[in-house]
Design a protein around this ligand. Structure first.
Ligand code: IPD
Ligand code: CA
Ligand code: CA
Ligand code: CA
Length: 263
C-alpha cells in the first residue's frame, strides 16, 4: 500500500516536471558547459532537479536524493530510501532537438530498486515499473522480452566507443558492428534503456554512466527480463560511474564473452 502511494506521488511529480519542461520551450535557455565544451547543462536541468528536491524533502523527510546537478545529498552508502534523479537525460538533444530526452528517476530502498520511471516528455510516454509487479508504458503492460540472436539484434552504442580509445578493445566492437542487424545511438541512456525494455533495440552499452542515468531504467528493464550489469558482468553498484550493459537475456552473455574486451 505504502509503495502504491509512493508510486502515485512520484508519477505526479514527474508529470508536473514534464509540464514545466514543455513550457520552457517558449523562453530562452541559459546554456553552460561543465567538464568540457560538449558537456552541457541548462537552467532547466537545474530548475527541474530543484523542483523534485523541494517536494521530496518536504513530503518524504528522511529520504535521500542523488541528483546529477548536485542539489541533492552526497551519498557514501545506499541505506534507506534514495531517489536517483536525472532531471533531463539527453541534455544535448534537449538543447539541439527539443526531443529525444527524458526525465529519469529510480527509487531505491537499501540499495534495491523498487520503483523506476523514464518519462519521454515530448511524446508524453511514461515508462514505469514496481519491482515484482511488471513494467508499464503509460497504462499498458510491457510484455516480457523474448529471446533473439546477435545476427537479428539492433544494439544501442555510441559510435565514439568503436574508434580506438583507452577503455575497450575496438576489434571486438568492430566485429559486433558487422555481425548485428543494426546499430543505433539515441543520445539518452534512459531512453535507450526504455527501448531495450520495449524491444525496440535488443541491447545498450556504454563505457561510462552515472547512477542517475540508469537507476530508473534498470528497474523497468529487469521487470521484463532484461539483464543489466557492468561490462565485467558484475552487479551494478549505483554509487559511482561504471561501464554498463543491458540486454535481452539471450544476448547478454554473448556480448560479454564474444565481443567486449576491456583494456
Ligand atoms: C548523458 C546521456 C548520453 C550518455 C552520456 C550521459 P546527460 O546524460 O545519457 O546518452 O552517452 O554518458 O551523460 O548528461 O544528457 O544527462
Ligand atoms: Ca549532464
Ligand atoms: Ca544523464
Ligand atoms: Ca542530465
Amino acid at each position: 500500500m505504502e509503495l502504491q502511494k509512493l508510486d502515485r506521488y512520484a508519477k505526479g511529480l514527474i508529470k508536473e516536471a514534464g509540464r514545466k519542461i514543455r513550457q520552457s520551450f517558449s523562453s530562452e535557455l541559459a546554456i553552460e558547459s561543465k567538464a568540457d565544451a560538449n558537456d552541457l547543462v541548462t537552467n532547466i536541468d537545474k530548475e527541474i532537479e530543484q523542483f523534485f528536491i523541494r517536494h521530496i524533502r518536504n513530503d518524504y523527510q528522511g529520504h535521500l536524493i542523488l541528483g546529477e546537478e548536485g542539489f541533492g545529498d552526497r551519498l557514501t552508502k545506499l541505506d534507506g530510501y534514495v531517489w536517483m534523479l536525472d532531471p533531463i537525460d539527453g541534455t544535448m538533444n534537449f538543447i539541439h532537438q527539443q526531443r529525444n530526452f527524458a526525465i529519469s528517476l529510480g527509487i531505491y530502498k537499501d540499495g534495491i530498486g523498487i520503483l523506476g520511471y523514464i518519462y519521454d516528455v515530448i511524446h508524453d510516454e511514461l515508462y514505469s515499473a514496481q519491482k515484482g509487479h511488471g513494467a508499464y508504458l503509460n497504462d499498458e503492460p510491457i510484455p516480457v522480452l523474448e529471446s533473439t540472436t546477435i545476427s537479428q539484434a539492433i544494439i544501442g552504442l555510441n559510435a565514439s566507443w568503436v574508434v580506438p580509445n583507452r577503455h575497450i578493445e575496438n576489434e571486438g566492437l568492430i566485429r559486433l558492428v558487422k555481425d548485428v542487424r543494426g546499430i543505433r545511438s539515441y543520445g539518452s541512456a534512459a531512453l535507450e534503456l526504455a527501448y531495450v525494455a520495449t524491444g525496440r533495440i535488443d541491447a545498450y552499452m556504454s563505457m561510462r554512466l552515472s547512477p542517475w542515468d540508469i537507476a530508473g531504467g534498470v528497474v523497468i528493464a529487469q521487470e521484463v527480463g532484461a539483464v543489466a550489469t557492468n561490462l565485467n558482468g558484475q552487479p551494478l553498484k549505483f554509487l559511482e560511474q561504471d561501464t554498463f550493459l543491458v540486454a535481452r537475456k539471450s544476448l547478454h552473455d554473448s556480448l560479454l564473452n564474444d565481443y567486449i574486451t576491456l583494456k
